[in-house]
Every structure is written in C-alpha cells, then in structure tokens.
Design a protein around this ligand. Structure first.
Ligand code: ZN
Length: 423
C-alpha cells in the first residue's frame, strides 16, 4: 500500500492476499491427491498445524517512513488518523497551502501493533519533515513568539529577560502579559533570533523601592552686636546641610518609569543652623582715604625745622588759599570741632574702624562735634589759625585714635605736587 499525493491509501488490500492464499491452498490440495494415504495424513497434520499457527498470527499494516520500517499499526484508519494529525499540525504552522506531504508507505503484513506504536509512528513522521520540530514554544498572551530546543533553554531565556530589569532595589518583577512554555511541533524558524524575539515580545513590569537622598539646606540665625559696625559680620557657628532620605515605590515597564508613589521620608542628618554675628553700629566710612584738600605739599611727616621752630612734624601740610575747602578724608563722626592750642581751629573725625584724622589751622569750621560726615563732605575752610607759618591744612592720621603716623602711605599717590619742603 502507498499513500498518494491525494493522501488516500492506494488499493492493495487484504482481499488480494486472501485470493493468493486460496490459490496456494488449491494447488496444495491437488498435489495431496497424488500422495499415498500415510503421506497424505502426514501432510494434513502439517497443514492443520500450519493453519493453527497461521490463525494465531496477526495481520497488520507495516508502516515505513522515508523507506525505513517504523512498526505495525492495527488498521488503516489508525494510520490515517496519525497522518491527519501531522497534516493538521503542518497546516497550522505553515498554512493549508504549504504542500508538505509526509513520505509514508505501508503494506499488509503479518505483525502485531504494539502499544504506543501510534506515538512512535507519529514522531517518526514528524521527524521526517525538516521544516518543523518538536520544540519548547514560548507563548505570550496565547501567541507563539519563539521556540527553544529544551525547556531549560526556554526557562533560562525568560529569566534573563526579567534579570535585565531587576536591580538590588527591585521588590517585584513580572510580565505584563501571560507567558507560558509548551512543548509542541512548530516551525524550526522559530529558533532563529529567539532571544531577541523574546525581548521584543515581553514587557517586564518591575517595582523598585528607590531611595532618593536630598540635601536639606541649613537655616541662618543672626545675633545682633551693638559694638560691631553694621557693615561687619562674623560667623559664630558654621552651618552644615542635612540629609533627607525619601523612599519611593517606583513602577517601570521595561525600565521606563511609568508611575511612582512616595512612601516615607527620613531625616538622616539634621542640618546645623548657621549662627552669624552682625553689627548694628551705623557705618559711615569707606575704609580708604582721600586727600583732604587741593594745594601743594609744603611739609611732609617727620622731623623738620621751620620758621616757628624745629619739631617732629605729626602730619602733612597742604598749602593753598585762604578759604579753600577742606573735606573729610573718609566718612565718620566728628568728635572735635573747635580751637585747640597750636592746631588753631581743628576738626577731628573718628572713622568706623576707630582711626582718627585731624584737620588743623582752619579759618572756619563747618561741622560740629557729633556730626556724621561722608567722605568728601566739606567740613572746614583753609586758614592759618594756631601756630602756622602760612595758609595751609595740617592733616594728621592717627590709627585707632593713638599716635600719629605718616598719612602718605594711606593716601592716593601723585595727586598733589610738593611745593617746598621747608626743612
Ligand atoms: Zn603741619
């Protein structure tokens, strides 16, 4: 028997076998008639035994696949059922027009169908079709996406997809769709790029417990100090930022954030407030000095001899014209404004840093003790009151209000010309 391209078994049945058997029996009977009685009896016994033996034997279909004998099946309908199952599977995989036909032949023979032979025949037929194979198919939401040679390979591949999105903070990881692995026949092309196909088909939903650390800025408190200028300040205690840890439950799909929920915040390090001392005393000074008037330097600081005697000159004399303006070398508070011995009409200004400047021999005073003056503000007019050899301003600089020092290093250079140093 042979299956044709139409899938039907070609006629070469058990009937023809019976006809041949009847003919053989007829020929044997004719020969028996020519034998003697004893021989005939012996032959009849042998025939009886043969018929008995034959009656004990089974007749079945011997099935071959690709020319190789596979085994006996009990009936043609059983073989048809097996082939139909194979055909259905191939059509499911490749479509009804795939044209894949298993190479199966069979013939009636003495034999017996063993239990499980149907599965063996089916398996052999499937193995004869190179386009499909018995694989472990991964289904996502019921759709086959790829296949693997073993269940372990499939399981490992699925696990690797999940592992790609799991971190030490992950509390759960699962697929967004239903994933299953089933063994079955499917096209071997499902093995190609199976890992990539798996990655493309699967969506992994992870939930991580992420901890975010934030810096907490410290506050600043101010301590007022009445003995300190308002322009001054000093840090009593340096501030130190704190740390705030916030735990978020973060949901991601394939590593991409989809939602998050704030769980709790913990101040792991309290900020240390910064404490700053600030002055409240009004600030009047700039901290630098300017020449107190126009004119020429007629006498520098230090030892000298003049028409009114030798002395250790305590300041710088700037000669000018009677009534020329004299202004504050820097801002501050007027602490003295009247006539004073050889200084004549004298103005003393105490600056914010405690330094004091003197403006002497004035012809007129334009400020009073207690006045607050700005740098450059006119405070007096030039003259020659007190012990003076001519009209000039005697300018002194006393750091901290103490002994006078040479003002020149504290004044702008090359502003005034030296007239005559009369020493
Ligand atoms: Zn002088």
């Amino acid at each position: 028997m042979r299956y044709g391209s139409d899938g039907k078994l070609k006629k070469e049945g058990i009937c023809s076998l019976r006809v041949r058997a009847a003919c053989a029996f007829r020929r044997a009977f004719d020969r028996l008639m020519h034998l003697g009685a004893k021989r005939a009896a012996a032959v009849l016994v042998i025939c009886a035994l043969s018929v008995f033996a034959i009656s004990r034997m089974n007749i079945a279909l011997a099935v071959s696949v690709e020319g190789d004998f596979v085994g006996y099946v009990s009936s043609r309908s059983e073989l048809d059922s097996i082939i139909s199952k194979v055909r259905t599977t191939t059509e499911n995989v490749f479509g009804s027009e795939c044209g894949i036909e298993p190479d199966v032949t069979c013939h009636v023979s003495f034999g017996k169908a063993e239990p499980g032979i149907a599965d063996a025949v089916e398996s052999r037929i499937f193995s004869s079709i190179s386009e499909i194979s018995d694989l472990y198919i991964v289904y996502v939401d019921g759709e086959p996406v790829c296949a693997f040679s073993s269940a372990k390979d499939a399981s490992d591949a699925i696990s690797s997809v999940v592992a790609g999105y799991v971190t030490e903070n992950t509390v759960s990881a699962e697929f967004s769709g239903e994933v299953s692995v089933c063994e079955g026949y499917i096209g071997v092309d499902m093995l190609e790029n199976n890992i990539k196909a798996l990655h493309d088909a699967l969506s992994v939903i992870t939930v991580d417990k992420d901890v975010v650390e934030q810096t907490v800025k410290y506050s600043t408190t101010y301590v007022l100090d009445d003995d300190m200028l308002e322009s001054q300040s000093e840090i009593i205690t340096p501030g130190q930022s704190g740390k705030l840890e916030t735990v978020y439950l973060v949901t991601r799909e394939n590593g991409v954030l989809s939602s998050y929920e704030k769980l709790e915040s913990t101040l792991t390090q309290a900020p240390v407030p910064c404490e700053v001392r600030v002055g409240t005393l009004p600030s009047y000074s700039t901290g630098s000095y300017i020449w107190p008037c126009d004119g020429y330097i007629s006498s520098r600081f230090g030892g000298r001899r003049t028409s009114v005697g030798s002395s250790n000159h305590a300041g710088i004399d700037i000669a000018g014209h009677y009534g020329d303006k004299i202004w504050a070398s820097d801002g501050g508070e007027v602490i003295f404004a009247e006539e004073y011995s050889g200084y004549g009409l004298l103005v003393q200004i105490r600056h914010d840093n405690g330094d004091v400047t003197y403006y002497a021999h004035c012809s007129a005073l334009l400020v009073e003790e207690g006045d607050i003056v700005k740098q450059g503000q006119v405070i007096a007019e030039m003259g020659s009151t007190g012990v003076a050899s001519g009209v000039h301003c005697h300018f002194e600089y006393r750091p901290g209000g103490g002994k006078p020092v040479d003002p020149a290093p504290y004044l702008p250079e090359d502003v005034l010309d030296t007239l005559i140093v009369s020493d």
